[in-house]
Design a protein around this ligand. Structure first.
Ligand code: HEM
Length: 407
């Protein structure tokens, strides 16, 4: 029997891409690994997934079928070094200290603090608030820090795309930034069988990526060390690497994070666990972890086989594609519950694994926790007044999730 929280999640996935729930649910039968004609090997086992993540001799992130291949068409072949060559090792070593817990908490406080306080105040005053919209703005603010863009920069950079700023709405630049990153991410739709983009998509993706990087050089030179680019400079990252990293972070951490934030609010409500969270605030880390497990916004992670290899008793051949079904693996444990313990087998597979483990793990935890703190500040549970799912998006999410505090 499917509960309300799961039903909404599956409907949301279908709104984003109609085939998604069927593939992700059926994907469980691929455990541990199964070949699907025309698509490649589907992996639905946590240990096999980790084995692949940790094997960079036989699996690549930059060949056809994986994210780095998509990126190389957009920002150039040099990105291969950033993803897999010596540049990647150097980059990961240097950015190890980029997002420590102390820094991300301070960053979230500085970049999102006032907007989150406003959210708490609006809710406490009895207003109905659209969490999906607020999450897009919050993440837009976070991205503006990652790429070093001030509101005025955003207006100027996206002016030719029809962006006109009005003085009345201070959130507007961040909404515009979010929408442009989302447009770039959505260009990855239809890459299930092949990551080779058509020329029109490549041209648009290049334009958007170039715009996103516009402010990086100036911000890198002058930014305060409390900002991400200022910190990159202090950590000794070269400008080219800082610039590549900034675009990657902006794209990897926009739709995924906004989706997780909004779905967290819905999941807590639909499961009834928002009341338990209010009674047991020490369960906040569990609520964040469970949200990431159940939503697994990066629902499928691609790799390509670069040399023949045997995995879980099956022979994978060079040139074949692998799809790690992170959503299917993580959801096999059951539905959302803040009482579910950490699972050492899946660990945090929603963030990938091995050398490409998500750079933003700590930032995601800080942002999601800060949002929960803002929501629970008043001590009253929330109710959902209206919800609509966002249609035709690469990372499924809510279009609208209007909530208000219970009287
Ligand atoms: C809920 C939000 C997020 C989820 C679910 C998520 C998930 C992931 C996953 C699964 C990967 C591995 C991809 C692969 O192996 O092919 C990854 C990589 C990455 N993520 Fe995240 N991510 C999130 C937010 C963020 C944020 C906020 C940032 C930036 C601050 C970020 C930056 C990156 C970068 C730069 C990589 C590439 C790392 C590398 O190749 O070494 N992500 N993410």
């Amino acid at each position: 029997m499917i509960n309300a929280a799961t039903r909404h999640e599956l409907t949301l996935l279908a709104a984003g891409q109609p085939w998604l729930p069927a593939v992700l649910l059926a994907g469980r039968a691929a455990k541990p690994i199964r070949k699907i004609p025309k698509l490649g090997w589907f992996v639905a086992d946590p240990l096999v997934a980790r084995q692949i993540y940790n094997d960079s001799t036989h699996f690549s992130i930059v060949s056809e079928g994986a994210a780095g291949h998509w990126w190389a068409q957009v920002i150039g072949d040099w990105v291969e070094d950033l993803f897999e060559g010596p540049g990647h090792t150097e980059l990961r070593t240097k950015v190890r200290d980029l997002f420590t817990a102390g820094h991300t908490d301070a960053l979230v406080d500085g970049v999102l603090g006032p907007a989150l306080k406003q959210l708490s105040a609006d809710l406490a005053a009895g207003q109905t608030v659209d969490i999906a919209e607020r999450a897009r703005v919050l993440v837009g603010r976070s991205v503006s820090d990652l790429v070093g863009m001030q509101p005025a920069d955003i207006a100027a950079i996206f002016a030719e795309d029809g962006a006109v700023l009005t003085d009345e709405d201070p959130d507007q630049p961040f909404r515009i930034l979010f929408e442009h990153v989302e447009e770039l991410v959505n260009l990855a739709m239809g890459t299930m069988a092949s990551t080779t983009l058509d020329p029109v998509a490549v041209a648009r993706a290049r334009t958007l990526a170039t715009k996103l990087a516009t402010s990086v050089p100036a911000a890198y030179e002058r930014a305060d060390p409390s900002t991400t680019l200022g910190r990159c400079r202090e950590l000794g990252l070269e400008l080219e690497h800082a610039s590549g990293l900034a675009i990657l972070m902006a794209v990897a951490g926009t739709d995924t994070l906004a989706s997780a934030m909004t779905r967290m609010v819905a999941l807590l409500h639909d499961s009834g666990h928002h009341r338990e969270l209010l009674a047991h605030p020490e369960r906040m880390p569990d609520a964040v972890r469970e949200t990431l497990r159940v939503t697994s916004p990066a629902y499928l992670v691609g790799r390509s086989v670069t040399a023949d290899v045997e995995i879980a008793g099956r022979r994978l051949l060079a040139g074949e594609h692998v799809k790690i079904l992170t959503w299917s693996i993580n959801n096999a444990a059951g539905s959302f519950s803040i009482h579910r313990d950490y699972n050492p087998e899946t660990r945090q597979l929603w963030f990938g694994g091995g050398r490409h483990l998500c750079v933003g793990v700590q930032l995601v935890h800080s942002e999601m926790t800060a949002l929960l703190e803002a929501l629970t500040a008043d001590g009253r549970p929330w109710e959902i007044v209206e919800r609509r799912y966002r249609r035709k998006v690469f990372i499924p999410t809510y279009e609208t999730l209007r909530i208000r505090l219970a009287p």
